[in-house]
Design a protein. Structure first.
Length: 270
């Protein structure tokens, strides 16, 4: 007797991705809260209840549902009617799609590694924090960078058998590249946070994917900067949050960096 499990397996896959998406929305909400509390120096431990960013009123559970509460309250606090910035909504909206992409990237291969999935979820969380924090405040939180260095080195080397030489070489190249710019310009071109990011991202990606991420990040930054100049949103003296573009470039290379390197080597006939 032939037993067709195709539809059941397919529906199970849909359910898994639905759960991943729900977790992504929740994770996005948590990251929003962490970024704001870190900026305001409010500890999450001991102050776990969600509060309004304006009047600090403790929110009820139905005022703290990701995405839905924002839409229901028309982007305002129910108590003081202070405006809730739209970036809170967008992080919660985009995060489930990014997390589903990370999940899909990890499970599509026969050599699925649960440690790679865990690592990439942590990396994605760090990248979202760096993207938003640098965009809003033109700063890179040092504690996030050092946590990323320790976590990346530990998982890559201990569980994913990444080459220590490749990681250290990537870190030295990207971090050294930014450090040279920082020293030559005396901090005018890039900040110290970007230098720390370079060392961390180089460690994450290793050699030679590090070079790909640099290329993608600079191209993306140039395109956005030119667009903002043309739209008169910034001028030539404006500070551009380069950590934001680095985060995008590094995420792309986490997903497809190895494939890009292989394609380039084939293009060169090697």
């Amino acid at each position: 007797m032939h037993l067709d499990l195709g539809p059941e397996i397919r529906y199970f896959g849909y359910a898994i991705y639905l759960l991943v998406a729900i977790f992504g929305v929740i994770l996005g909400s948590f990251l929003n809260s962490w970024i704001w509390r870190a900026r305001e120096n409010i500890k999450i431990v001991g102050n776990a209840r969600s509060i309004c960013i304006h009047c600090r009123h403790i929110l009820k559970w139905y005022e703290n549902i990701p995405l839905l509460s924002y839409l229901r309250q028309h982007g305002q606090c129910s108590y003081c009617h202070g405006e809730i910035p739209a970036h809170y909504f967008w992080v919660e909206l985009v995060m489930p799609f990014l997390l589903m992409l990370v999940f899909y990237h990890c499970v599509q291969f026969a050599h699925f590694s649960e440690w790679e999935l865990v690592r990439n979820i942590f990396f994605l969380s760090f990248l979202v924090i760096i993207f938003k924090y640098d965009w809003l405040y033109r700063e890179i939180p040092s504690d996030v960078v050092w946590a990323g260095v320790v976590l990346g080195l530990f998982i890559n080397y201990s569980f994913l058998n990444k080459s220590l030489f490749s990681m250290l070489l990537g870190s030295a190249i990207m971090g050294g590249f930014f450090l040279a710019q920082y020293l030559i310009s005396k901090g005018r071109w890039i900040g110290g946070g970007d230098v720390r990011l370079g060392f961390m991202f180089g460690l994450w990606l290793g050699w030679p994917v590090t070079l790909v991420s640099l290329f993608v990040s600079y191209i993306l930054g140039a395109i956005v900067a030119v667009g903002l100049l043309v739209a008169h949103k910034v001028n030539r003296q404006s500070e551009i949050p380069f950590g934001t573009f680095l985060a995008v470039g590094v995420f792309g290379c986490l997903m497809w960096g190895d494939k890009i390197v292989k394609w380039y080597m084939m293009f060169l006939g090697k």
